[in-house]
Write a protein that binds this ligand. Structure first.
Ligand code: NCD
Length: 340
């Protein structure tokens, strides 16, 4: 693929914070590129909508749901592998009555393989009268570039190492649903490949926006949380503890957010092996965690959580997946209908 990175991280963050992208109480036709577009009230609106859709699904109001995006056409194009985000965005759109075209292997099966730029591809989708595009792409600036190229809304399903906003929102919904507590008052611990994991970057920023001031980052030396995010969180008053060892913070953590070592970004096998050997969550280790702790993971899991943990009631990661369906229904409906 011939795509070029056009914007630096600072430029992306500046662009996303411009008024044009801010939600500011009105989701209609907005791009969903980054958690930084959301204010507290916007986040509450998404959480409320998510809960409403969950309730509607659980009470069998499917025919009512199918009216919400009736007549809309959604394109889902993924340039990187996915199970949950791809499937749940498609399923969310379909359950709301939209028609969906999905290409899960854009690098191989779209004209990207022939050298078409991301801009030309999204313009093509717009010309074909789609109402929205859900995009996943390895470049940090991909969602922003797509949003600049077309008028129809872009939903960022993961852009490089930078952002995964729909995942962060479903994670926040899960934190609240599992703990029943104000998420601003919880101690949240992020574990794993914090350097490359976009879910961690988005969720840490989102937790700060909702007022959380207590975070731990547990990573081996090869994959620390990026300095710019740490500095920005600290500037906003977040108390941060960084450590190599989960044992240091497990007993005080309300939420354990475990992540995969992002193999695809490593250029050095030694570093990859060091990152992999860092932490594995086992039933033994969880004996030191609070009885009320919540164990989360955006998935896919490789071996950072033993499968023997799955039967622990604190293991919330498959419930987290399910919440992704309702959260994506919420985002699609808020952006694509007038009822925002
Ligand atoms: C994550 C991603 O793609 O960033 N997966 C997801 O969307 N749930 C996490 C990962 O791949 O490790």
């Amino acid at each position: 693929m011939k795509d070029r990175i056009c914007y630096s991280t600072d430029e992306i963050i500046r662009a996303i914070n411009a008024d044009h992208f801010r939600i500011d109480g009105d989701f209609r036709n907005k791009d969903i590129l980054s958690v930084e577009q959301f204010g507290l009230a916007d986040i509450q609106r998404v959480l409320q909508r998510t809960a409403e859709f969950r309730e509607m699904r659980e009470t069998g109001r499917d025919s009512e749901l199918r009216e919400i995006l009736k007549g809309k056409n959604v394109f889902v194009g993924f340039y990187q592998q996915s199970t949950r985000t791809y499937t749940s965005f498609i399923s969310a759109a379909q359950r709301l009555g939209a028609q969906v075209v999905g290409i899960p292997g854009m690098m191989e099966y779209s004209s990207a393989y022939k050298g078409e730029t991301l801009e030309d591809t999204v313009k093509t989708v717009e010309s074909l009268e789609f109402d929205a595009i859900v995009l996943r792409h390895p470049d940090d600036d991909s969602a922003l570039r797509a949003a600049h190229a077309v008028k129809i809304p872009i939903f960022n399903g993961g852009s490089g190492k930078l952002e995964h906003p729909s995942q962060a929102l479903l994670d926040l919904y899960t934190v609240i649903d599992e703990t029943g507590k104000n998420p601003a008052e919880l101690n949240i611990t992020f574990v794993g490949d914090l350097k490359n994991g976009r879910t961690v970057h988005s969720l840490a920023k989102l937790m700060e926006i909702i007022g959380n001031r207590s975070m731990n980052f547990v990573a081996p030396d090869v994959t620390p949380m990026p300095r710019n995010i740490i500095q920005s969180l600290r500037r906003r008053g977040v108390e941060i503890q960084e450590t190599n060892s989960l044992e240091d913070v497990i007993g005080t953590s309300d939420v354990l957010y475990i992540t995969r070592v992002q193999k695809e970004w490593f250029t050095n096998d030694d570093d990859y092996q060091r990152a992999c050997s860092a932490t594995s969550v086992t039933p033994d280790l969880l004996r030191h965690a609070k009885k009320t702790a919540v164990v989360m993971h955006p998935l896919p899991r490789v071996n950072e959580i033993a499968t023997s943990v799955d039967s622990d009631p604190r293991a919330a990661y498959f419930r987290e997946v399910k919440n992704g369906l309702y959260t994506r229904m919420a985002l699609l409906s808020l952006v694509l209908t007038n009822n925002s």
